[in-house]
Design a protein around this ligand. Structure first.
Ligand SMILES: Nc1ncnc2c1ncn2[C@@H]1O[C@H](COP(=O)(O)OP(=O)(O)OP(=O)(O)O)[C@@H](O)[C@H]1O
Ligand SMILES: [Zn+2]
Length: 452
C-alpha cells in the first residue's frame, strides 16, 4: 500500500514537471516565432480574415463593444499593417498601443541600439537590452504583450534606396524619428507610394502631431517647402525632453493610426495638435491645404523619385553628433594636456560655454571657471567679466594669458574660440579649446566623471 502511494506521489511530481516543461517549450516556441531583424525583402501578403476568433473576441472585447469600432473595425485592424520609423521616444508608445489593439502587422525600423540614456522615455527597452537593436527590442516587448500580431523589425537606416520597397508594403506609416532629412524622405516616399503619414515630434516640454497626405490634405512639403537652416534645429540630446511628452504624442500617433485603419477616420488631416506640457494645454490649429504647386504632391510634381535628403537639408539623417573640425591643430589641446595644466597650477582662465543647467550636472575641477554659454558670447556684460579676469592675470605679471574653452563634446567650444577672439581682439591672449570636451575628459582622464 505504502509503495503504491509512493508511486502515485512520484507520478504526480513528474506530471507537474512535464506541465512546467511544456510551458517553457511554448514560451521558447513563441520567442522563435518572432522574426529577427530583416531588410527590405518582400514580405508575404498579410493574411486577411473576415471574422474574429473566440480568442480575439475575448481579447479585444472592451474595444469591440464600441459602436464606432465594433467587429467590422477590429477585422479591418487585423487586416492592416503599420510601419513605425524610429523605435525611440515616440516609436515605443505608438508600437505598444498598436500591438495591444491588434494591428495585423507591425514593421519597426531603427538603425540604432539601446543606450542607458534612452530608458527614461523609450519605455519598451530594458536595462539588460543596452546595446541590443532597438527594433528587435520593441518587437520582443510587444510580442510578449500580443503574440497574435506579426512583428517585422528592421535594423537599418531608412534611406532613399530602401524607403520605397519597405514603405510600399504597409498601409500606414508613422514618423517617429528625430531629424529633418528623414522627415522629408518619409514625406516624399509616402506621397510617391500613396501612403498616409502620421507624424509626431517632441522636444523639451512640447509636442506636435499631424497627419500628412491624408484624404487630399497637405503633405509635409506643402507646409514646409524649404528645410530649416541646420543650425536652428535642436535635438533631444542637446535640448532635452521630458519622457512623458513623446509618450503622449506617440500614443496619439497610435490612436490616429488605429482610427484610420479601423475606418473611423483621422481628425488631423489638415490640423496640427500642439501640446504644451508646462501649461498643460492642447491646442489645435488649422493648416493650409494641399498646395497645387507642391513639388511632390502638387498638380505637376517635379519630385517623382526620392532624392538625396541629407544634401537637400544640409544635415545628417540622424541626430548623432559629428565631431566638427573648425580650429587649427595648434588652437586645440587634449583633455590630458589640460589635466597637466591643472596639476602644474599654470595660470589660465577656464571658460565653460555650456548652459548653466549643464554645469549643475558636472564641471571640471577648476574652482574659478567662468560660465559664458555659447549663446551669450556676444553679450558685453559677459565679456567684461572675462576681461576683468584677464587684466587680473596681467597685473600678476603674466604677459601671455591662456584661455581654455570647454563644452560637452568639443564642437561648441571651437566656434566659441573664434567668437572670443573677435570679441577680445587682444594679441596677448592665447585661446584654445579642449578637444572632445567633457566627453574626452571622462574617457581619457577621469573615468568617474559623468557623461550625459
Ligand atoms: N533614417 C532613419 N532610419 C531609421 N531610424 C531612424 C532614422 N532617423 C532616426 N531614426 C531613429 O529614430 C529614433 C528617434 O528617437 P529618439 O529621438 O527618441 O531617440 P535617440 O536618437 O536615441 O535619442 P537621443 O537624441 O537622446 O540620443 C532613434 O532611435 C533613431 O535611431
Ligand atoms: Zn505637398
Amino acid at each position: 500500500m505504502d509503495e503504491l502511494q509512493l508511486l502515485k506521489d512520484e507520478l504526480s511530481k513528474r506530471d507537474a514537471e512535464i506541465a512546467k516543461l511544456k510551458m517553457a517549450l511554448q514560451e521558447k516556441e513563441k520567442q522563435l516565432s518572432l522574426r529577427t531583424d530583416v531588410t527590405e525583402e518582400a514580405l508575404k501578403p498579410l493574411k486577411q480574415v473576415n471574422k474574429l476568433s473566440n480568442e480575439s473576441i475575448s481579447r479585444y472585447s472592451r474595444q469591440l463593444i464600441l459602436p464606432e469600432l465594433g467587429v467590422t473595425g477590429q477585422v479591418k485592424l487585423t487586416n492592416s499593417s503599420v510601419l513605425i520609423v524610429g523605435a525611440g521616444g515616440l516609436g515605443c508608445p505608438s508600437a505598444v498601443y498598436l500591438a495591444a489593439a491588434g494591428i495585423g502587422r507591425l514593421g519597426i525600423v531603427d538603425y540604432d541600439e539601446v543606450e542607458l540614456s534612452n530608458l527614461h522615455r523609450q519605455i519598451l527597452h530594458t536595462e539588460d537590452r543596452v546595446g541590443m537593436s532597438k527594433s528587435q527590442s520593441v518587437a520582443t516587448t510587444c510580442h510578449r504583450l500580443n503574440s497574435g500580431v506579426e512583428y517585422v523589425p528592421y535594423h537599418l537606416a531608412l534611406d532613399s534606396c530602401n524607403a520605397l520597397p519597405i514603405i510600399s508594403q504597409y498601409d500606414i506609416v508613422l514618423d517617429a524619428t528625430d531629424n529633418v532629412a528623414t522627415r522629408y524622405l518619409l514625406n516624399d516616399a509616402c506621397v510617391i507610394a500613396g501612403k498616409t503619414l502620421v507624424s509626431g515630434s517632441a522636444l523639451r516640454f512640447e509636442g506636435q502631431l499631424t497627419v500628412y497626405n491624408y484624404e487630399n490634405g497637405p503633405c509635409y512639403r506643402c507646409l514646409y517647402p524649404k528645410p530649416p537652416p541646420p543650425q536652428t534645429v535642436t535635438n533631444c540630446s542637446d535640448g532635452g525632453v521630458v519622457g512623458v511628452v513623446p509618450g503622449i504624442i506617440g500614443c496619439m500617433q497610435a490612436l490616429e493610426a488605429i482610427k484610420i485603419a479601423s475606418g473611423i477616420k483621422s481628425s488631423f488631416g489638415q490640423r496640427m495638435l500642439l501640446f504644451d506640457a508646462i501649461d498643460g494645454t492642447f491646442r489645435c490649429v488649422k493648416l493650409r491645404g494641399r498646395q497645387p504647386s507642391c513639388p511632390v504632391c502638387g498638380d505637376a510634381p517635379t519630385i517623382t523619385q526620392l532624392i538625396d535628403y541629407e544634401q537637400f537639408c544640409g544635415a545628417k539623417a540622424s541626430d548623432k553628433d559629428k565631431a566638427m573640425n573648425i580650429l587649427e591643430k595648434e588652437q586645440r589641446m587634449s583633455a590630458k594636456e589640460y589635466k597637466t595644466i591643472l596639476e602644474e597650477k599654470k595660470p589660465h582662465i577656464l571658460v565653460d560655454v555650456r548652459q548653466p543647467v549643464e554645469l549643475e550636472i558636472c564641471q571640471l575641477p577648476n574652482t574659478k571657471t567662468i560660465n559664458i554659454p555659447v549663446s551669450s558670447l556676444q553679450k558685453e556684460e559677459k565679456i567684461s567679466e572675462l576681461r576683468d579676469r584677464i587684466n587680473q592675470l596681467k597685473s600678476n605679471g603674466d604677459d601671455k594669458v591662456p584661455i581654455v574653452v570647454v563644452c560637452r563634446r568639443g564642437n561648441d567650444s571651437q566656434s566659441a574660440v573664434n567668437t572670443l577672439k573677435q570679441q577680445l581682439l587682444d594679441n596677448n591672449i592665447e585661446i584654445k579649446d579642449i578637444k572632445g570636451g567633457l566627453h574626452s575628459w571622462s574617457k581619457n582622464v577621469d573615468h568617474n566623471f559623468p557623461q550625459y
